[in-house]
Design a protein around this ligand. Structure first.
Ligand SMILES: Nc1ncnc2c1ncn2[C@@H]1O[C@H](COP(=O)(O)OP(=O)(O)OP(=O)(O)O)[C@@H](O)[C@H]1O
Length: 259
């Protein structure tokens, strides 16, 4: 396993366009005396799924919020497609966010809209100039990708928890985001449904070549989806490695996630 510093140093010798989609360097964020991020480093490559592990309150959400410009870090760099998020103006930040999909823990579907309308709204809101025929085709294709074409005219209240999660995923994917941020995608789901979501995350990763950050405590989800696992501890990237390296680790800070 490697520390983030090792990775960061090796990256410096690489060419600038070598498939790095996100580069986070020395990120620091405190709220008063509460130091949450304290020199956090992480690089995410094109098409890679990275799981961020960390105890409750370790700063995973703060990290994601800094990444999408909802929180301003105290110092450090967050390069997304080569642009520093901290330096972007409002319009450029908006443009960048259209390339980033977010799967909320709550799914955040609009209750008063059908599945079709939820997906269409997502497209229209990003003012993508497409014909109704193309919208219909995209909605149908995306619902087929999550194996739920028959739900097109259903209301969110009629969907099971697992179906709602898959529709929320479809709504994220219809915009073909280059980066997807998953916030505990399997929390609250039964094990069978949770494994279906894992498979879907990997299927969509391969289909759309998106890069993902997945926040999860569900070690089965981590095992099934992660190309790389990163442990956020004391505001830093404490260790990173494959799932197998984490599983076999004798480090007490890692072992506790497997208990
Ligand atoms: N806007 C804010 N103002 C003040 N403190 C904040 C703010 N947002 C987060 N924090 C603090 O930052 C720390 C990290 O919070 P964060 O929500 O990132 O944790 P987390 O790792 O996502 O936890 P969980 O797994 O429970 O969701 C906590 O101590 C929290 O109280």
């Amino acid at each position: 396993m490697t520390t983030a510093a090792d990775k960061s140093n090796s990256n410096r010798n690489d060419s600038p366009n070598n498939g790095q989609v996100i580069v986070i360097e020395n990120l620091c964020k405190a709220f008063g005396k509460n130091v949450v991020l304290n020199g956090f480093n992480l690089t995410i490559n094109k098409g890679e799924n990275v799981v961020v592990l960390g105890k409750s309150g370790s700063g995973k959400s703060v990290l994601i919020k800094c990444l999408i410009g909802l929180l301003k870090p105290d110092s450090g760099k967050i390069l997304v497609f080569g642009d520093d998020v901290v330096e972007l103006n409002h319009d450029d930040l908006d443009k960048l966010r259209t390339k980033i999909g977010f799967l909320f823990q709550s799914n955040a579907l609009y209750d008063s809209m059908t599945v079709r309308e939820n997906l269409e709204f997502s497209l229209r809101r990003h003012s993508i100039d497409v014909s109704q025929q193309e919208v219909d085709r995209l909605v149908k294709e995306t619902l087929e990708n999550v194996n739920l074409p028959h739900t097109i005219d259903m209301m969110p209240a009629e969907l099971s928890g697992g179906m709602a999660k898959r529709i929320a995923l479809a709504r994220t994917m219809i915009l073909k985001p280059e980066i997807v941020l998953y916030d505990e995608p399997t929390t609250g789901l039964d094990p069978v449904t949770a494994r279906e979501i894992d498979k879907l995350i990997v299927k969509l990763q391969h289909k759309y070549h998106a890069s993902s950050i997945i926040i999860s405590h569900d070690m089965n989800c981590v095992k099934n989806t992660a190309d790389r696992v990163v442990l956020l501890l004391d505001g830093k990237c404490y260790l990173q490695g494959t799932y197998e390296e984490f599983e076999n680790s004798t480090d007490e800070n890692i072992k506790q996630f497997f208990e």
